[in-house]
Design a protein around this ligand. Structure first.
Ligand code: KIV
Length: 263
C-alpha cells in the first residue's frame, strides 16, 4: 500500500481528512498544501461542460484534466473518478483503470456503487489498483438529488452497502447526501475512513466541489458553504479591464514590452 494511503487510513478517529475536487493544474497547486485528497471528479461534466448530468463525460476528458491536475499535485493523494460506462465488468474496469493510472500517474481510482459492483472493486484491488468507493446520492446511477438514510431500514441497507465495499478492499468511501444518523452508523462501524459531502460532520473527512465552495459554479445546495465569491471578484476585474481598454488606460507604457513610450 502506498504511503499516502496509509497516512489517510491512520487519520481515522484521530484527525479529519480534508478533500476537494480539482480539474486543472493551477487550482490543484493551491489546494495541494491544504488537502489530504484531491479528486478529479466527473462533476466536471456539470461544472465545466454545462451538461445536465455526469453521464456523458468521456474517459478521454477525465484523463486530460487529470493529467493537468497531476502537474499541480505533489503531496496530496490524487484520486480520479471513473466515468459512467467505463467499469461495467472486471475486464473493462481493469483496462480503463490501468489506462487512467498510466496516462495520469494518479494514486487511486474512485468508483460509484450501484449496489452490484463489489466484485469489480475486489478484482481491481487484488490487482493493486487502490479504490475509493462512493455511496448515497451517486449521480451516475440516481436521478433524484435527495437525502438518503432517513429510516432505520434505509440506514441498515446503506451500512450493508458500505460494508460490502470495505470488504471488497476499498481504502475509503465517499458518503454523499446521507442523513447525519446514517453517516454516524457507517463511520462508527467501518474500519476505513468515510469522506462526507452533504452528510454532516459525522464522517472522518469532508469533500466539496471546489467551484461550488468558491462561488463559481452557480450550484449552491444547503450543504455547500461558499468560502469565497470568485464570481463577483472576477466580474469586478473583468469590468475594470473592459473600461480600461475602452478608455485607453490599458495597456499603459509600463505594460509595453520594450519599455518605450507610445509615439
Ligand atoms: O464528481 C465529484 O466531484 C464527486 C464528489 C462530489 C465526491 O464525486
Amino acid at each position: 500500500m502506498i504511503t499516502k494511503i496509509k497516512k489517510i487510513l491512520q487519520k481515522k478517529n484521530k484527525s479529519k481528512i480534508i478533500s476537494l475536487t480539482a480539474y486543472s493544474k493551477n487550482i490543484a497547486k493551491i489546494l495541494d498544501n491544504y488537502c489530504d485528497i484531491i479528486l478529479v471528479g466527473d462533476s466536471m461534466a456539470n461544472v465545466l461542460y454545462a451538461q445536465k448530468n455526469t453521464h456523458r463525460i468521456s474517459l478521454k476528458k477525465i484523463i486530460e484534466h487529470s493529467a493537468s491536475v497531476r502537474q499541480g499535485v505533489k503531496r496530496s493523494l490524487l484520486v480520479v473518478d471513473m466515468p459512467k460506462g467505463t467499469y461495467e465488468n472486471v475486464r473493462t474496469a481493469e483496462k480503463n483503470a490501468r489506462l487512467v493510472i498510466k496516462s495520469t500517474s494518479c494514486d487511486a481510482i474512485k468508483l460509484e456503487s450501484n449496489k452490484k459492483n463489489y466484485k469489480i472493486i475486489k478484482a481491481l484491488v487484488e490487482k493493486n489498483i487502490p479504490i475509493m468507493g462512493h455511496i448515497g446520492f451517486t449521480p451516475q446511477f440516481k436521478k433524484k438529488f435527495k437525502v438518503e438514510g432517513q429510516t432505520k431500514s434505509q440506514i441498515k441497507k446503506l451500512y450493508k452497502e458500505a460494508q460490502l465495499i470495505e470488504n471488497a478492499g476499498a481504502f475509503a468511501i465517499v458518503l454523499e447526501c446521507l442523513s447525519p444518523n446514517a453517516a454516524k452508523v457507517i463511520t462508527k462501524n467501518l474500519k476505513i475512513p468515510t469522506i462526507g459531502i452533504g452528510s454532516s460532520d459525522n464522517c472522518d473527512g469532508q469533500i466539496l466541489v471546489t467551484d461550488d465552495m468558491l462561488g463559481l459554479s452557480g450550484f449552491y445546495p444547503k450543504f455547500v458553504k461558499k468560502y469565497a465569491r470568485l464570481d463577483r471578484i472576477i466580474e469586478k476585474a473583468v469590468k475594470e479591464y473592459s473600461k480600461d481598454v475602452k478608455f485607453g488606460k490599458f495597456p499603459s507604457p509600463k505594460n509595453y514590452l520594450n519599455g518605450s513610450k507610445r509615439k
